[in-house]
Ligand binder design. Structure first.
Ligand code: HEC
Ligand code: HEC
Ligand code: HEC
Ligand code: HEC
Length: 197
């Protein structure tokens, strides 16, 4: 979104300056160099923005140290979100399940699966599974799950259909996303009191 917007703004600016140049009688041909420069700058900025914003958000989803699938666990095996993210309604952090919780089931289920053997290694060496973060919120934003879960805002309103994803797709949360829903639901939209510290 932001990238498209930036390109659009730059394109409009470029067109405007061209039009201005025409009106003041400067010939196009004489200014080809300048025009080329403008075009190059636009491309450079667009390219930079694209690289900057694209990185964690690739459509494939974030590759994890163990290819854990929400689709298999939630959709096929019917395990509730709260079983693995138990603090989502009680604290700032929903929590990711510790290895012990996986092994609770996987001691018995597909116990010899290579990925489950890998879980055992993490467990035996007391290494927390190095899950990669998929969701990103700027550091100056305080986000509180509890307030939202209590008001029955569904997980999918912010996270999409996690239950049908093998890999969670990376996502940046931008302010307009928060504000739009806060407006619609008449929640607090005071910047400093509520979201920024
Ligand atoms: C069997 C355990 C389990 C269940 C059930 C489960 N999750 Fe997860 N969840 C995980 C694990 C493990 C991760 C970290 C690995 C990953 O991102 O795939 C995770 C990651 C996530 C993340 C990404 C966190 C981040 O920013 O990196 C979200 C969002 C999420 N889960 C939402 C849900 C929702 C919504 C449900 C219910 C529809 C659910 N989970 C059910 C285990 C589970
Ligand atoms: C409540 C029980 C339960 C918990 C907790 C659980 N799983 Fe599973 N998991 C299952 C079941 C059932 C299957 C399907 C097994 C099969 O294919 O027969 C499965 C399948 C898998 C598979 C193989 C998937 C595939 O595509 O073949 C992996 C890998 C896996 N789980 C990893 C994990 C990890 C990592 C955790 C902890 C974050 C975890 N599981 C937590 C029940 C559980
Ligand atoms: C109002 C929007 C919203 C709702 C509703 C919501 N989440 Fe989140 N969730 C977020 C945001 C924003 C983050 C990123 C927080 C951060 O990076 O500090 C996040 C992060 C997470 C994480 C990753 C935490 C971590 O430690 O990396 C998990 C797991 C998660 N959510 C699970 C859930 C589950 C399960 C539900 C439903 C019961 C849910 N969320 C409902 C917005 C939401
Ligand atoms: C899908 C709807 C929705 C989205 C998206 C959403 N919120 Fe909310 N939010 C709510 C609702 C509804 C409440 C009211 C909860 C209450 O009254 O206790 C709320 C309350 C809050 C509060 C508590 C405000 C207070 O009164 O002190 C904070 C802080 C907050 N949200 C931050 C965020 C941030 C940050 C984001 C974006 C990452 C976000 N919200 C996205 C629906 C949403």
């Amino acid at each position: 979104m932001e990238v498209l917007l930036a390109i659009l703004i730059l394109a409009v600016l470029g067109a405007l300056s061209l039009a201005l140049a025409r009106r003041s009688g400067i010939s196009l041909a004489g200014n080809l160099g300048a025009i080329a420069m403008v075009v190059l700058c636009v491309l450079a900025v667009a390219g930079f923005l694209w690289l900057f914003y694209r990185t964690p958000g690739t459509d494939m989803g974030v590759a994890q140290p163990i290819p854990f699938s929400h689709r298999v666990h939630v959709n096929v095996k019917n395990i509730q979100c709260e079983y693995c993210h138990p603090y989502v309604g009680q604290s700032l952090e929903p929590g990711l399940p510790p290895v012990e919780k996986c092994l609770h089931c996987h001691k018995h289920i597909i116990a010899r699966h290579p990925q489950i053997l890998k879980e055992h290694q993490y467990y035996d060496t007391k290494t927390p599974t190095p899950w990669k973060k998929a969701n990103h919120l700027p550091e100056h934003v305080v986000f509180n799950h509890q307030r939202h879960i209590r008001k029955e805002v569904a997980c999918r309103e912010c996270h999409g259909e996690v239950e049908s994803m093998d890999r969670i797709r990376g996502k940046f949360f931008y302010m307009h996303f928060c504000i739009e829903c806060h407006r619609a639901k008449q929640a607090n939209i005071d910047c400093w009191l509520s979201c920024h510290n």
